[in-house]
Every structure is written in C-alpha cells, then in structure tokens.
Design a protein around this ligand. Structure first.
Ligand SMILES: [Zn+2]
Length: 99
C-alpha cells in the first residue's frame, strides 16, 4: 500500500528534524563552535545565549532564533548580564594594569 504522505514532505520533515537536533545538541553543549553553521543565521542564538536561560531561569527562551526574545524584551536581563560582565572584565584589567 502506497503512503498518502508525499515523499517530499517526509524528506523535508527529516531534514528539519536533523537540523533542529543538531542545533539543540550544540545549544546545550556549553561550547561556542566557531565553525558552526548556525552562527550564520540572522538572529541566531549561541550556546552562551541559551546557557543563560538554563543558569538563570529567566528569559532567552529562543535558542535557534532570538528575534522573539528581542521583540518581547525577554532577553533584557541577559543583555544587562553581558554588559556587566564586560565592565567587570575591564575593571579587572584596569586594576591589573595599575599593579
Ligand atoms: Zn534548553
């Protein structure tokens, strides 16, 4: 009996599932891979972005795409965290340079 599901739909579903699983593994790996194909996506999230979601239980709901977090402002705490981290690094560097 021939399947009623078009073969191209099955093909696309398998490819989408494969891409989604690869992105999920990478997003939860805790590593930033410079060669990742997901880095080239506009509004694509990286491992650091999604790690914040799990470590702080706040915001950054998207991992594959971040545009909804931007649109609804659910990544503001992350933006503040990144900005404060950079300021802390700069203040540590300035302290080390003076000593
Ligand atoms: Zn997750």
């Amino acid at each position: 009996m021939k399947s009623k599901i078009p073969s191209n739909l099955m093909f696309l579903t398998q490819k989408r599932l494969t891409l989604r699983l690869l992105e999920t593994y990478e997003g939860h790996s805790g590593y930033e891979f410079p060669w990742s194909m997901f880095r080239f996506l506009p509004f694509g999230g990286q491992s650091v972005y999604h790690d914040f979601h799990h470590s702080h239980n706040s915001g950054n709901y998207g991992s594959f795409f971040t545009y909804l977090d931007i649109l609804f402002g659910t990544n503001k705490e992350f933006q503040t965290f990144i900005r404060d981290s950079k300021n802390d690094k700069n203040s540590l560097k300035n302290t080390a340079d003076k000593s």
